[in-house]
Write a protein that binds this ligand. Structure first.
Ligand code: NDP
Length: 313
């Protein structure tokens, strides 16, 4: 068993920013990177909305910068997934996939959320080349182009409406014959002349030479009048929900019904002393790198205050 004052789980903007704060507060910090080192931003191309990069920055480059900044202040960064947690009493214990058990006085859960995909091979083939799960991140690249958004919930309606402000045409591909989104969001979609809702449609695949040029669609799947056809689009946005990566903590921390960790309003406190949550794992609403970084900073500050108050620093 290894001991640390602060264990950070996750290597997105929340995790690394937390590590910068704990490192600068002279707190020995160990960070596990998780399944996707660098987090969701490494799956996007250019980040243009993170303050401080007037020309934009490559998502992977930005995460590498954050990583190096955390290292500069002494954080020990390891690859590996946390697979089990015991938060029943301090100090807390977390087991890593290689069997290592970490005993920590404080923990920052910054494990993020994972966008759901349809599971098509073509989603992987065209990742970063016309397939995105974040309109705010990538919508700008589709100005005056034609895009499709998949989903019928609030996220899909919000993303379609956002994209309609940039693109020439937006198709909303909905598998049922109704939208699940709230009425106000539905109204925004139906009132927008640039958005066309394709009810009872599913995406079966994508095509294109150097990027997405269109989607293979099926209408009324499984019905006698099932129809297959191709739709010309420049980009496909998935908006079929996110899954917060909170599974191993759920026996201990409070979550909403989807699994987002509930924190005390405006703070990263989970209700378990010394255990904090930051970033997308506790944010169903904004899901932005700058917000995650901000909440990581809060978590780092909370760790410092907690350890000082307990005389553990
Ligand atoms: P939801 O789970 O509400 O909706 C997911 C949508 O994706 C549904 O229409 C679902 O279809 C569809 N879907 C799921 N899997 C597939 C699939 N394999 N193929 C095709 N379609 C699929 O997720 P959201 O992200 O939209 O919302 C999550 C939560 O966040 C909700 O509580 C929502 O209200 C909230 N939210 C609120 C916002 C706001 O108020 N501004 C903005 C964004 C989210 P089906 O209906 O057939 O199951």
């Amino acid at each position: 068993m290894e001991k640390t004052k602060c264990l950070i789980i996750g290597s997105g903007p929340a995790g690394y920013t937390a590590a910068i704060y704990t490192g600068r507060a002279n707190i020995p910090t160990l960070l596990y990177e998780g399944l996707q080192p660098g987090g969701q931003l490494t799956t996007t191309t250019e980040v243009e909305n993170f303050p401080g990069y007037p020309e934009g920055v490559d998502g992977t480059q930005m995460m590498d910068d954050l990583r190096r900044q955390a290292l500069r202040f002494g954080c020990e960064i390891r690859s590996g997934m946390a697979v089990q947690a015991d938060l029943s009493a301090a100090p807390y214990h977390v087991t890593i996939e290689d069997g290592t058990v970490i005993e920590a006085d404080t923990i920052i859960i910054a494990t993020g959320a994972t966008a759901k995909y349809l599971g098509l091979e073509d989603e992987k083939k065209y990742a970063g080349m016309g397939v995105s799960a974040c309109a705010t991140c990538d919508g700008f690249f589709y100005r005056r182009k034609t895009v499709a958004v998949v989903g019928g919930g609030d996220t899909a309606c919000e993303e379609a409406t956002y994209l309609a402000g940039l693109a020439a045409k937006v198709y909303l591909v909905v598998r049922k014959n109704y939208l699940r989104a709230s009425e106000i969001m539905q109204k925004r979609v139906f009132d927008n002349p640039k958005i066309e809702v394709l009810f009872e449609h599913n995406v079966e695949g994508l095509f294109g030479t150097d990027g997405v040029e269109g989607a293979h669609l099926v209408k009324r799947l499984g019905q006698p009048d099932e129809t297959h056809y191709d739709l010309a689009i420049d980009g496909l946005f998935l908006a079929i929900g996110h899954r917060p990566n909170s599974d191993i903590f759920r026996p201990y921390v409070q979550t909403d019904e989807t699994g987002y960790i509930l924190t005390e309003a405006g703070t990263p406190r989970t209700g378990i002393p010394g255990v904090f949550a930051a970033g997308d794992v506790c944010d169903p609403h904004y899901r932005q790198a700058i917000i995650a970084a901000g909440s990581g900073a809060k978590a780092g500050l909370e760790v410092d205050r907690y350890l000082s108050a307990k005389g553990l620093k």
